[in-house]
Design a protein around this ligand. Structure first.
Ligand code: FEO
Ligand code: CA
Ligand code: CA
Ligand code: CA
Length: 598
């Protein structure tokens, strides 16, 4: 913990001491309660969770596994009541089932896993005098799984590479998987990114068509890094039987939580990558700009400037129009410039530079599309966006995770979580100003001052994370002896004061302690002051997060996911304690009296 406890508006709490507790640890004077756990009923009539007798039918009505992004959408006319949206990123059979055989799952296990993926909408209700939230089995509740029908739109839809035996139209896709991070749109929908979906497709190491060679290599298709073996029971996950199914994942998805019967959308006008969500900024003149990261080592940062404006209201007509905003506009990729850097030597005043947005693809209202990349057709830019980024010389970043505009200032913040291959991997670039460290273990936090609809920007590194005592770290120019240490930033959000909040994934690769949630001052004399607000249990990563004046929410993802831990030998018993199985859960934290950080 920092030697002195420095306070700032919104961050007036005693910083948490790093720890390895099998618990959510919150500052003194704060309380916490689980909102919902993996397996808790979501749909009216859903059965209670039964760890030893799980079924796909039950799981499809219950809260999914490994919650990642979460947020609260207020319900009109009901005080302190929200539609909580949450994505369920991935499953690990070995932690979900006793006696699980790695590489040889049963059909029941695979179908439970498929039902445990996707997106959940669940009504939650507050309690007077506390920040506690309780699920309500309400009419808007919904589970979207790996089997729910989506509409694929944009230049990739209906093309040769998105048509399958089961869907010759190339526009009706079953399910969303590997959803990571996300955002709420100003028109009241949820957007989410399909990230590491290639792990779900196996059965062939070389593509059956020459036209797929470059794409497979660039996206790691067929490499089977973390196979789920779903192909045993559904042919569409077998690359040798259905090589095009995998091309129907990797998009920004959009769900209308106000209509539980609506068909969710995959928007290919924003390209295809291993996408870490997306977040929207609306300019004072009403232009909608969406920022996205592609979270793999040496991947790119993108933005999409829509040509369609927002219609007011949440009625069917307005929603139909607004859910086309992400179908029309221009996709850009970022190229960064800055001074030459020496590994680990922080320049006086920190790292900074300029950059340009390079156009890749424009999609028009009538569905026609134009490529801005020499030698690539529009549909190929939408499908193999990484290849397009390579061709235009975009800057390869240290794993761009969540990227989000600060609603107070319009500045854009992107977590570059880490990159152990930086400066050492053959065929990849060495260090540069925005990615200044060899074998980057601890990551950095990028701040972009963007023209939004324009093509130039300036940038700096707000944080170069890791041990504050080490010469290679930088905390916004703040006195490093007075900050909480932070490593591996992943998700970001903002409080009502304009402070940045960061949740982490991978702290224990840098320090011998658990992940957590941190507040960072952005503006004024205390810029760079970093304070740890909570820690999550052993083996977990901190997701969500939501920071409101009266409560904080974090999604505790994969508690107990440690080397050698299995359901037969769990390493965590959070949240239920005793000898219970660990269960990924969303947790609310609030101050006993008064406002968060006041
Ligand atoms: Fe699923 Fe990029 O974290
Ligand atoms: Ca993430
Ligand atoms: Ca966020
Ligand atoms: Ca991560």
């Amino acid at each position: 913990a920092p030697s002195e406890n420095v306070n700032a508006p919104g961050l007036n709490f005693s910083s948490i001491t790093p720890n390895k507790a099998d618990a959510v640890t919150v500052p003194e004077g704060y309380e916490q309660a689980v909102v919902i756990r993996w397996g808790d009923p979501v749909l009216p009539g859903a059965p209670q969770f039964d760890f030893d007798n799980q079924t796909p039918e039950a799981q499809a009505q219950q809260f999914g596994f490994n919650n990642d992004f979460t947020d609260l959408i207020p319900v009109d006319g009901k005080p302190d009541t929200f539609l909580m949206v949450c994505n369920q990123e991935y499953t690990t059979g070995v932690h979900m089932f006793k006696g699980y055989k790695e590489g040889d799952p049963t059909e029941n296990q695979v179908r439970v896993e498929m039902a445990a993926h996707g997106i959940t909408v669940v009504e939650v209700k507050g309690e007077p005098g506390s920040g506690k939230l309780t699920p309500v089995l309400g009419e808007y509740n919904r589970r979207i799984t790996a089997s729910t029908e989506f509409e694929l739109r944009g230049p990739a839809a209906g093309t040769f590479f998105t048509r399958t035996a089961a869907d010759p139209t190339g526009t009706r896709v079953l399910g969303t998987i590997a959803n990571c991070s996300g955002g709420i749109t100003p028109w009241g929908t949820m957007i989410s990114g399909e990230e590491n979906y290639t792990n779900y497709f196996s059965g062939a190491e070389t593509p059956p068509l020459d036209g797929l060679k470059e794409g497979w290599k660039r996206y790691g298709v067929g490499k089977d890094e973390d196979a789920h073996h779903w192909m045993k029971y559904e042919d569409r996950f077998d690359l040798s039987k259905e090589p095009n199914e995998v091309n129907r994942f990797g998009y920004l998805v959009e769900v209308n939580p106000h209509d539980p019967k609506s068909t969710p959308i995959k928007h290919s006008a924003l390209g295809r990558m291993k996408r870490e969500g997306g977040n929207i900024y609306v300019t004072p003149t009403g232009e909608v700009v969406t920022y996205c990261g592609d979270d793999s080592k040496f991947e790119y940062i993108y933005k999409f400037v829509s040509s369609r404006k927002i219609q007011p209201g949440k009625g069917a007509a307005a929603m139909e129009s607004n859910m086309r905003i992400l179908d029309e506009g221009t996709l850009y990729v970022a190229k960064f410039e800055g001074q030459k850097v020496e590994n680990g030597k922080v320049p006086e005043g920190g790292y900074k530079g300029t950059g340009t947005w390079i156009p890749l693809l424009t999609t028009k209202a009538d569905g026609s599309a134009q490529s801005h990349v020499d030698g690539m057709a529009a549909e190929n830019v939408a499908l193999w966006t990484r290849v397009a980024g390579d061709k235009v010389g975009a800057t390869k970043m240290d794993r761009p995770e969540d990227i989000e505009p600060n609603p107070k200032t319009g500045k854009i913040y992107c977590a570059l979580t880490n990159n152990s291959d930086r400066g050492v991997k053959e065929g990849q670039p060495g260090i540069d100003t925005p990615n200044p460290r060899v074998k980057n273990k601890s990551g950095q936090l990028l701040e972009i001052t963007d023209e939004h609809t324009g093509t130039t920007f300036s940038w700096d590194l707000l944080l170069v994370c890791g041990d504050p005592a080490a010469a290679d770290t930088y905390y916004g120019g703040f006195d490093k002896s007075k900050v909480s240490r932070i490593s591996c930033p992943d998700n970001v959000t903002f409080d009502s004061h304009g402070n940045l909040w960061i949740s982490t994934d991978g702290t224990n690769d840098t320090f011998d302690s658990n992940d957590g949630l941190f507040g960072v001052v952005l503006e004024g004399k205390d810029r760079g002051l970093t304070k740890q607000f909570l820690t999550v249990p052993f083996g977990a990563e901190t997701c969500g997060p939501v920071v409101r004046d009266n409560r904080v929410l974090v999604a505790v993802q994969h508690p107990g996911e440690t080397d050698d831990a299995t359901a037969d030998k769990p390493s965590s018993h959070w949240p239920d304690g005793g000898s219970s199985q660990p269960r990924p859960s969303v947790v609310a934290v609030w101050k006993k009296s008064g406002t968060i950080g006041a």
